[in-house]
Design a protein around this ligand. Structure first.
Ligand SMILES: NC(=O)c1ccc[n+]([C@@H]2O[C@H](COP(=O)([O-])OP(=O)(O)OC[C@H]3O[C@@H](n4cnc5c(N)ncnc54)[C@H](O)[C@@H]3O)[C@@H](O)[C@H]2O)c1
Length: 399
């Protein structure tokens, strides 16, 4: 059982608390902290939390509290994590870990120096579908992962501070690119080094200094490619989709919209439909259990089990730091319009990665490139001579 301080009584604080208190959980938010006292008080009443405060240090140092959950705007993550490290309390921090890799590295150093348990709250790698995808990749179901495409787009965030680059640290690339980048790392292998990136980002629609659209590619040491697409100007709700291409198979995942429940309402659903839904009438795509579908239940189960057992959870501050470094390289690439290296000051994975390609030997002289049954029923077999390199095709009559 964990007694928790919830820092932030906003959107994500609500999701986290519902997950922690859901399903007769033994974990309990003991105190909620928000600089808006009315909000903290109302949040405590709504979730049955015994104490509320506007003082972050008091919440962290509350003697009942064992685990600190950071659900504050991005500019406050560092301060909150340093307070937890000082108090030697376990700390779980939402995404992005830092506004930049400098902040993320300071947080990583602080928790490791203090020897405290740390978890990076990247919910989207814990969605039931993503975990099933990772498991299939681990079992070899789709062979070796060559390419991952991850997309998160919606019509823009729900609070003022996201849109202010000073507070948030960046636009959609930072806010949602972090999800897509970590999802792809999970499929490609977190021990495979991300080497370089190329990225486009622009401010196409909104009157802001930060980017509202971005697309990027991250190349890994084994040749695998991760592609991310993020937007704050997509119309039609929240689109969370992943595609994984392996040498022996494919995975397509739709995490959010059109996931099985479709509803038509002529009069309007009257209230909340799903995160970032743009309408409550007509054809609707609610998400039956949003807290779970977005990975929160699996995430807190993994993290608090690991905390109890003294083991490491699936997503640590180190992962948050790696993601921040990848995004920093993306921002450099947007400016230079060139491939930019990912400068990882700390790398804990493999130094050398095996290449993806394993060639199929057809016979002692040739390698098999491709075999396909043609419309007339014949089979075409395309071979490459091992010595001369010559490529030839051979027809086998219909069977
Ligand atoms: N899927 C996800 O993982 C996910 C989703 C949404 C947000 N987030 C992250 O969660 C964090 C918070 O986002 P949100 O959507 O909950 O924002 P929000 O605006 O809904 O809530 C932020 C809360 O922090 C409070 N706050 C602001 N300054 C404070 C201070 N100095 N001390 C105490 N409280 C303060 C605000 O009053 C507000 O209640 C961000 O880092 C964001 O990136 C993660």
């Amino acid at each position: 059982m964990a007694k928790i301080a919830m820092l932030g009584a906003g959107f994500i604080g609500g999701f986290y608390t519902s997950s922690l208190h859901g399903l007769r959980s033994r974990d309990k938010v003991q105190v909620v902290c928000d600089h808006d006292g009315d909000r903290a008080k109302a949040f405590a009443a709504m979730h049955g939390i015994p104490e509320w405060t506007t003082d972050m240090s008091a919440a962290v140092n509350n003697p009942q509290v064992e685990v600190v959950v950071v659900g504050l705007p991005n500019n406050l993550h560092l301060e909150a994590v340093l307070l937890a490290a000082q108090a030697k309390k376990a700390v779980l921090c939402t995404k992005p870990l830092g506004r930049n890799p400098g902040e993320a590295k300071q947080m990583l150093d602080a928790v490791e120096k203090a020897g405290i348990f740390n978890g990076y709250l990247e919910d989207l790698v814990y969605t039931p579908k993503c975990l099933a995808g990772f498991d299939s990749v681990k079992k070899g179901t789709i062979g070796k992962v060559i390419w991952v495409r991850s997309r998160e787009t919606h019509p823009g965030p729900h609070s003022d501070w996201f849109w202010d680059k000073e507070i948030s640290g960046g636009g959609v690339l930072l806010d949602m690119g972090c999800h897509c980048i970590e999802i792809a790392r999970g499929y490609i292998g977190k021990d495979i080094r991300p080497v370089e990136v190329i990225c486009w980002a622009d401010t196409l629609v909104k009157p802001i200094d930060a980017e509202d659209n971005a697309i990027g590619f991250v190349r890994y040491a084994n040749g695998a490619m991760a592609q991310f697409e993020v937007s704050w100007t997509f119309r039609g709700g929240m689109d969370l989709r992943d595609e994984v291409m392996g040498t022996e198979g494919t995975i397509w995942i739709n995490n959010f919209l059109r996931t099985g429940i479709e509803m038509f309402s002529a009069g309007g659903k009257k209230g909340y439909v799903a995160e970032k839904a743009e309408t409550d009438r007509g054809w609707l795509f609610p998400v039956a259990d949003e807290v779970h579908e977005l990975g929160n239940n699996n995430m807190f189960t993994d993290m608090l089990n690991a905390w109890e057992n003294g083991t490491e959870c699936m997503e640590t501050f180190y992962d948050g730091y790696v993601v921040n470094e990848i995004m920093e390289a993306c921002y450099r690439s947007v400016t230079t319009k060139k491939w930019e290296p990912v400068n990882l000051e700390v790398w804990r994975g493999k130094e050398k990665a095996e290449p993806i390609a394993v060639f199929d030997e057809y016979d002692k002289d040739s390698l098999l490139i491709k075999e396909e049954v043609m419309p007339d029923g014949s089979t075409k077999r395309i071979l490459k001579d091992k010595i001369s390199g010559k490529i030839t095709q051979h027809f086998l009559p219909p069977q």
